[in-house]
Design a protein around this ligand. Structure first.
Ligand SMILES: Cc1ncc(COP(=O)(O)O)c(C=O)c1O
Length: 357
């Protein structure tokens, strides 16, 4: 039987784990010719996870291939999930859950209403999410618990869909990359730069690279508070994902102790506050345009600024192949935002639009 995804092709026994196709794989890889020339290092490549789906892409869809399948298997109908008002995760959830007949309820905290944030907030509404604004994290968690208690058809998805199950999406991504390398679509990277927020993206990648026996070292650029997006927490999540895999196929080696040496988590480009821009991120966004990439400063700009700084400080040697993993959807949402009036959102959200007028 032909297996449906690279992970199941590598380990057919894992196909007993529920999985559903959400994205259009494989996402393209290509050389960043201009950045390679400007930084004058070996070769810089990009993995275009911004293109996982034409309506709204990004990294979350990979996690949802496993998480939606679990929700559908459990016959749940409504997703409860959390974020800040501009959450990419919430938007990916809302848009793609709808494709599977699932409704989304977002429990949100305030954040600085940048144009990007407001665009996402309008789209949450446009695509049919129910929106609740909470005062703080304690209230947000409580609200989710209460809703879960009273709704037997509800399923709570953790922030960023960064559960052990969601992490398998990025183990799968590493095997997708391996297939692209085997097909000679790109050389094997020495280093991979990726964003670390709620952890599953980096955790799954590190685990997948180890299992796929690729040599790449991972430099995870932390964009949330270091106490949250730590190396230890990332490795812990990777180990939990490995436990799921080994519960289905004991021939999968226990590589948990080997993961640490392949991973650096670096918060030097965080800028002290989640969502705050940095000069370096803004420079990275400008440079990325030369290679046709549309980045932003909360996640992907900071990550590329890390890559640029590593190269300027000679932490990347001249002949190395570096892969930059672009995790933010580049889909144009203006069609939807133009059709949405902020006054149609629940009244508590109007102030964010009125602030910037
Ligand atoms: C665009 C983007 N890139 C990267 C990340 C980080 O991924 P993860 O939350 O799995 O660490 C996030 C979310 O936090 C994101 O929204």
């Amino acid at each position: 039987m032909v297996q449906e995804n690279p992970l199941f092709r590598a380990y057919p026994k894992l196909s007993s784990i529920p999985w559903i196709s959400v994205l259009n794989p494989p996402t393209p890889v290509h050389k960043m010719e201009e950045l390679t020339r400007i930084l004058d290092i070996g070769e810089i490549w990009v993995k275009r996870d911004d293109l996982t789906h034409e309506t709204y892409g990004g990294n979350k869809l990979r996690k949802y291939e496993f998480v939606f399948a679990d929700i559908l298997k459990k016959n749940k109908k409504r997703i409860l999930t959390q974020g800040s008002i501009g959450t990419n995760h919430g938007l990916a959830t809302t848009i793609h859950a709808k494709r599977f007949g699932l409704k989304t309820h977002l429990f949100l905290l305030e954040q600085e209403p940048s144009p990007n944030v407001l665009e996402n907030l309008l789209c949450h509404h446009h695509f049919g999410a129910k929106l609740s604004l909470l005062k703080n994290n304690f209230h947000r968690k409580l609200a989710v618990k209460v809703n879960l208690f009273f709704d037997r058809k509800a399923y709570s998805v953790v922030i960023g869909a960064s559960s052990p199950l969601g992490t398998l999406g990025f183990v799968n991504a590493a095997f997708e990359l391996k297939e692209q390398i085997d097909k000679k679509l790109m050389p094997e990277p020495d280093k991979i730069f990726i964003t670390v927020g709620s952890l599953a993206t980096c955790a799954g990648l590190v685990l997948g690279l180890e299992l796929a026996q690729l040599k790449s070292q991972v430099i995870g650029i932390g964009v949330t508070d270091p106490s949250w997006s730590s190396k230890e927490a990332t490795l812990d999540l990777a180990t939990k994902a490995l436990e799921i895999m080994r519960s289905k196929d004991l021939s999968i080696p226990d590589v948990s102790k080997k993961l640490s040496k392949r991973l650096i988590v670096d918060h030097a480009y965080f800028g002290g506050l989640y969502g705050k821009s940095t000069e370096e991120a803004l420079e990275a966004i400008e440079l990325a345009k030369e290679d046709g990439l549309k980045l932003e400063y909360v996640y992907t700009g900071k990550t590329l600024s890390g890559l640029i700084d590593y190269s300027r400080k000679s932490k990347i040697s001249k002949n190395e192949v570096v892969l930059y993993w672009n995790t933010k959807s580049s889909a144009d949402l203006s069609y939807y935002t133009k059709k949405t009036n902020y006054q149609d959102l629940p009244i508590k959200f109007h102030k964010f639009f009125e602030k910037v007028k």
